[in-house]
Design a binder for this molecule. Structure first.
Ligand code: CAO
Length: 416
């Protein structure tokens, strides 16, 4: 089956998570992704948090599947020459080095555009160009703080909190992938490449847009009725942390199920969606609440929402999270068990859909990874193992026209 991105050649000058997540996605969809890595060491994540001595760490393998690896010292003249050849033949270069690193290497946007005017140059940085923090190096949690996620996550009586989801890293990579695909479509029309830049701060903020909504509502009316602070608590002039409250106008909370005393994940998320009030009352065995004016509108429920949640918890006390959801789904109530990574790893539905996949690897044996979360009717992305360091160096160099002797010479000077 022909994959949609087949024929698109990508120089993957990325490392750690934000950039690699982007290029991995493009590789799944058929692009020829050549990861350029420093000889001898490669992407730092190959060594980070290793669970098997001498084998690439899962951090690396789970973000670099379906790629080729070319080792190249791009600070050496011989390495630069190879990179220039590759640039002339490629469609996209993706990088997420610290600010200014590519310029210092001699590959500014102007130079890249001169070498290949059709090439799309895609970058991730912590902050956007011209931002007063644009000289900063940034990792995930820094971005979550800078993008508004941390100040609005957690409980009101605790500190700002970081989400486990990679809002700063992989999320930024997904934004970049959209930018690259858009620029490729643009190139079809204009014949020209362009620079695509995404900052981690902007990408986090994009996912926090409902909190910016709340800031403006707060400034206008002085309170936010869907937050637990309403109506009994106090509001300041900034959006508070709302614990596990539902952010979209449907009250919700994480509720205890059978076994919560010993199992830290024996919980469900329960949402009281307006139109589901009647089925909720029926499910809970509380038909008298259906038409009671103290309960039958969202506004009426809010002052005693935690009393309602307590009643639901009493109903949940003899049900596991799975039993509870099996009952509630019959009443069309939006809810889900709080699933652990172990449960997700073994979930038969996720295995069947290709969202959790087992990938054979030359050195590690097989490992689990998250496959494409995007499903197509005409294509099922196949996940293949991440490359060993430099595994495709000879192949890529030969493809660029280098002879065996020239490749040997490049090795002699440690350029590859
Ligand atoms: N050959 C020779 N040199 C190479 C090379 C190669 N193949 N690949 C990289 N390098 C060099 C770069 O030229 C740069 O050198 P100089 O600093 O001397 O110019 C250096 O290696 C890499 O620098 P860096 O700033 O990218 O790396 P770091 O470990 O100091 O910082 C990070 C890491 C992630 C904080 C930084 O890259 C960054 O802020 N990136 C942008 C934001 C981002 O993507 N962050 C998310 C990372 S995922 O959590």
């Amino acid at each position: 089956m022909t994959k949609p991105l087949e024929g698109i050649k990508i120089i993957d000058f990325t490392h750690v998570q934000a950039g690699p997540a982007c290029t991995q996605l493009l590789a799944w969809f058929g692009a020829d992704v050549i990861k350029v890595e420093r000889p001898g060491s490669g992407d730092v994540t190959r060594n980070q948090l290793r669970d098997i001595p001498d084998a690439d760490a899962l951090y690396f393998t789970m973000l670099n599947s379906n790629k080729k690896s070319l080792t190249l010292d791009t600070k050496k003249a011989e390495g630069k020459e190879v990179l220039e050849k590759l640039i002339r033949e490629s469609d996209v270069l993706v990088e997420n080095f610290g600010p200014g690193a590519l310029d210092r290497m001699g590959f500014s946007w102007e130079r890249l555009n001169e070498l290949n005017p059709k090439m799309i140059v895609a970058s991730v940085k912590g902050f956007s160009d011209g931002h007063h923090y644009d000289d900063l190096k940034v990792y995930e949690n820094v971005a979550q703080c800078a993008g508004g996620a941390a100040s609005t996550t957690g409980f009101w009586d605790g500190p700002p909190t970081i989400s486990a989801a990679a809002l700063g890293d992989s999320n930024t990579g997904m934004h970049l992938a959209i930018g690259i695909l858009t620029a490729l479509l643009g190139r079809d029309k204009t014949g020209k490449g362009q620079k695509v830049a995404v900052s981690m701060q902007d990408s986090v903020l994009n996912l926090c847009r409902v909190k910016l909504r709340d800031q403006q509502r707060l400034e206008r009316v002085g309170y936010l009725e869907e937050y637990p602070q309403y109506p009994h608590g106090e509001f300041s002039d900034v959006v508070p942390r709302g614990g596990n409250a539902g952010g979209g106008g449907q009250p919700g909370w994480v509720l205890k199920c059978k076994g919560w005393e010993t199992d830290p994940n024996a919980y469900i998320y329960f949402t009281i969606q307006g139109h589901a009030w009647e089925p909720i009352c029926k499910a809970l065995g509380k038909p008298e609440w259906i038409n009671d004016p103290a309960y039958n509108t969202a506004e009426a429920r809010q002052p005693h929402i935690f009393e309602i949640f307590k009643t639901i918890e009493a109903w949940l006390a003899d049900k596991t999270k799975f039993e509870a959801v099996d009952i509630l789904r019959r009443f069309d109530i939006p809810c889900a068990p709080v699933l652990t990574m172990k449960e997700l790893a073994n979930d038969p539905s996720l295995r069947a859909s290709g969202t959790i996949v087992e990938v054979p690897h030359k050195k590690r044996g097989s490992y689990l990874t998250v496959g494409s979360p995007i499903k197509f009717s005409d294509m099922k992305p196949q996940v293949t193992a991440s490359p060993l360091l430099g595994e495709h160096t000879d192949e890529v160099l030969a493809g660029l026209g280098y002879s065996q002797q020239e490749i040997f010479n490049l090795r002699e000077v440690k350029a590859v």
